[in-house]
Write a protein that binds this ligand. Structure first.
Ligand SMILES: [Zn+2]
Length: 775
């Protein structure tokens, strides 16, 4: 006797098996053969790529019970020689060994040695001669005597007695008379001087700009002192040389710095200005008190008129500015008699005015009117936006300094480009370029100044995360200040939108390195360490995880690693740990490979249901041992247009075409139940193929004959058993007239010509999309 259960099982079985008639074995072989598709499951966990979790760093991505970090405190006296562009300094470093091991020697970073006359880093590239060059670069490369800007170390000592040391390019090993024991501290002194470079010529991250018209210099000074290297559980000593691209790995510490400059200079830098009353005039003090209460617009501490008056002099007198900073990983300052100075208060929600942060800008008159209109306001917005997504900005100020062609970050202070024409006019490109670089560099306070990743090894951990947050903050700026951007438009972000990374992703794969690469070893650092990770995270937020899960996990990462040293795994693991979204496939594809996204709609087939046996259905039943299908209640599917398709079936529901199904419904459901059932007229098999190596969710828009549309997102895991192509069965009571994959360009699909069925042949909407991509 035929049972209802058998009939139902076979109905489902034949229906689905009929649609997926291809032999699984054959598909697997195809997968192996196809270029760009590895023979390993893309959803396997990242056990091989990730370091083993341990007592220092747990499998959840949080610091472990044995986590430690060493610290370095600095007391420094610095003097700037404005006449000769020279800097002289002495420092006492107190190094705290919080590690469980004894240290026989200490490594100190001498980054300025990249500018030594005989620096090996100048010989590192094998690219030959470039077909185009900027005149300034050409002169410095081929025509000038090499500039000698390396450190001159004049003393390394402990209590007045010399210490043995060895300099290897940009690293200095100090040999300790007896090992520094676990848990103990060691203080020693270093004295040095060096010639400051003109950063407008050699593109260094710090230096001075000379203004020929008034004869003055504006200094943005960083990497100016011998700095402790990081010692930790991941690298031991991070003493990978500074070759120029990989930025910095630095321990946290407290700083007390006295900086002596000409008396007519204005100066600001990392830390609290502790002798404000000595270096400010009465008028400046009064304005400063006003600025602390001004939450809507900046207050000028030094006006343009005053700065222009100062430009005309050159004081022989000196003035010392004292700055103190706690829990910072570095120290930098800017100084010039050309600076205009403004500030406003930012309320991040901490109680009382003491909890407020000051947004600050320093700029020569050459930056106006752009800088007085936007800089400090953008700093304030950045602090609010980033704080909302991470943690409240913990320092008391953030300074944006205008420096030609610069975009570089330090704790509490950064240098930014964006200069109007001589007549004060500026293009939108200059304006948004300036706002964006300020958001980016101020944003670096969060990554890596506070979430203190190892920039020397992993450029993307600070640049990628910061560029992602920059995109978020830019879009939020557009919402907060629509009057500052063109009406009814989004903030014109240069990076972050999926379409903007397409050209890089589809570029010559041989010349693309995975994101998980050292910054020295990639061809296009801007795309590799900034654009691609930022876009990946934006896609992760908008398309894979959703904002709620992503934002919580991202904030968890920021808060777990605030004032600590995270590794890539700590980020990857936390994002999963805090969201319950399996992301191994995402990290592997986007961060560990150079695969790109290319997903298409291969074909759409329409089917009808019938009781009449089909050849394919009968053959299938035979394979499963059913010799006489007439003994079973089964349904068959028949493709529209095939010989076996009875034209009378068209437009009828399955129950109308298949009495077996109708009987089944009548026998097993009440009229009420039947009336609440869907009664589809059409069955489709839609096959999606994936020429690209990256797996991504399928975001499909179905258009029906009545003009209505429906969007369905199938999770990326749809690719877990077949990396080449997948088919979906869709039951519908309306005829499907169009299927479009990734209609809104959310996945960085590199070829959208194959994204629609029927294929769009003439210049249609995708041509339009492609034009937008080129922007
Ligand atoms: Zn950056």
């Amino acid at each position: 006797m035929r049972t209802i259960k058998t009939a139902l099982t076979l109905f489902l079985f034949v229906f689905s098996a009929g649609l997926y008639a291809q032999d699984v074995q054959t598909q697997q072989e195809e997968v192996v053969r196809e270029a760009g598709h590895t023979n390993q499951n893309k959803f396997r966990q990242l056990y091989q790529e990730f370091s083993t979790p341990n007592q220092y760093r747990t499998a959840s991505g949080a610091p472990g019970p044995a986590y430690y970090q060493n610290e370095a405190d600095y007391k420094m006296n610095i003097e700037l020689d404005d006449l000769n562009q020279k800097i002289t300094g002495s420092e006492t470093i107190t190094y705290h060994n919080n590690s469980p091991t004894n240290l026989e020697y200490l490594w100190v970073q001498l980054d300025q040695n990249i500018r030594s006359k005989d620096a090996v880093s100048k010989l590192k590239d094998g690219n030959g001669i470039a077909p185009v060059a900027q005149p300034a670069g050409f002169v410095s490369e081929y025509m000038n005597e090499p500039f000698d800007g390396g450190f001159n170390i004049t003393e390394v000592s402990k209590d007045g007695k010399p210490l043995a040391y060895t300099i290897n390019q940009t690293m200095m090993r100090i040999d300790l008379p007896t090992p520094l024991k676990a848990g103990e501290s060691y203080s020693f002194d270093i004295k040095w001087w060096y010639n400051i470079n003109d950063h407008t010529i050699d593109r260094g991250r710090s230096g001075y700009e000379h203004f020929a018209e008034d004869g003055n210099n504006a200094y943005v000074i960083a990497q100016f002192f011998p700095r402790m290297a990081v010692y930790n559980d991941v690298e031991g000593w991070q003493n990978y040389q500074f070759w120029g691209n990989g930025e910095f790995a630095l321990p946290f510490g407290d700083y007390e710095v006295n900086i002596t400059v000409p008396a007519d200079h204005i100066l600001d830098g990392t830390g609290v200005l502790v002798n404000r009353k000595e270096v400010f005039s009465k008028e400046m003090m009064k304005r400063y008190e006003q600025a602390k209460k001004s939450y809507d617009k900046p207050v000028l501490i030094v006006t343009q008129e005053e700065a222009e008056a100062a430009e005309k002099g050159f004081s022989e007198k000196k003035k010392t500015w004292t700055l103190k900073a706690e829990k910072v990983r570095d120290f930098a300052f800017a100084t010039s008699r050309k600076y205009i100075w403004d500030m406003m208060a930012v309320d991040l929600g901490a109680p009382g005015p003491e909890g407020d942060v000051m947004a600050v800008s320093l700029y020569p008159k050459e930056g106006n009117p752009l800088w007085e209109d936007f800089s400090t306001k953008v700093v304030a917005h950045t602090l609010k936006s980033y704080s909302a997504h991470t943690f409240d900005y913990p320092y008391h100020k953030a300074i944006s300094v205008h420096a030609q062609d610069q975009g570089m970050e330090y704790p509490m202070i950064c240098w930014n480009y964006g200069r109007p024409e001589k007549d004060g006019s500026y293009s939108d490109r200059v304006k948004y370029g300036m706002m964006s670089v300020i958001i980016h560099e101020v944003g670096h306070n969060f990554f890596p100044m506070i979430v203190n990743s190892d920039e020397r090894q992993w450029g993307w951990m600070d640049e990628g995360l910061d560029t992602f947050m920059q995109y978020v903050a830019e879009q939020e700026y557009g919402e907060e200040y629509p009057e500052d951007i063109a009406p009814n438009t989004k903030y014109p972000s240069r990076r972050g939108e999926p379409s903007k990374i397409v050209n890089y992703m589809k570029g010559q794969q041989d010349f693309i390195a995975p994101i998980m690469s050292n910054p020295e070893n990639v061809y296009q650092l801007g795309n590799n360490a900034y654009g691609k990770p930022a876009t990946a995270l934006n896609i992760l937020r908008e398309t894979v995880m959703g904002r709620e899960l992503f934002d919580h996990a991202f904030k968890t990462y920021a808060q777990r690693w605030m004032f600590k040293h995270p590794s890539p795994e700590d980020f990857f693991r936390t994002m999963e740990d805090a969201s319950a979204v399996d992301l191994d496939w995402f990290w592997r594809g986007w961060f560990y490979t150079t695969d790109y996204v290319d997903i298409g709609v291969k074909e759409v087939k329409k089917y009808f249901i019938t009781d009449k046996p089909t050849k394919e259905g009968t053959a299938m039943l035979k394979r499963y041992g059913v010799e006489d299908p007439s003994q079973l209640d089964v349904l068959y599917v028949v493709e529209e247009g095939s010989e076996e398709m009875d034209p009378a079936m068209k437009g009828k529901t399955p129950a109308e075409n298949a009495p077996t199904l109708n009987e089944y419904l009548m026998d097993n459901f009440t009229p009420e139940q039947r009336s609440s059932m869907k009664m589809p007229k059409y069955f489709y098999q839609i096959t999606f193929n994936k020429p690209g190596g990256l797996v991504m969710p399928l975001i499909v828009e179905y258009t029906y004959a009545d003009g209505t549309t429906e969007k369905v997102t199938y999770p990326a895991h749809i690719w877990r058993k077949n990396d080449m192509e997948v088919s979906k069965a869709v039951a519908s009571d309306k005829e499907i007239t169009k299927v479009v994959e990734d209609h809104d360009l959310k996945t960085a699909d590199i070829d959208v010509d194959n994204n629609s069925w029927p294929r769009v042949k003439e210049a249609g909407e995708f041509e339009e999309f492609k034009r937008q991509n080129q922007g």
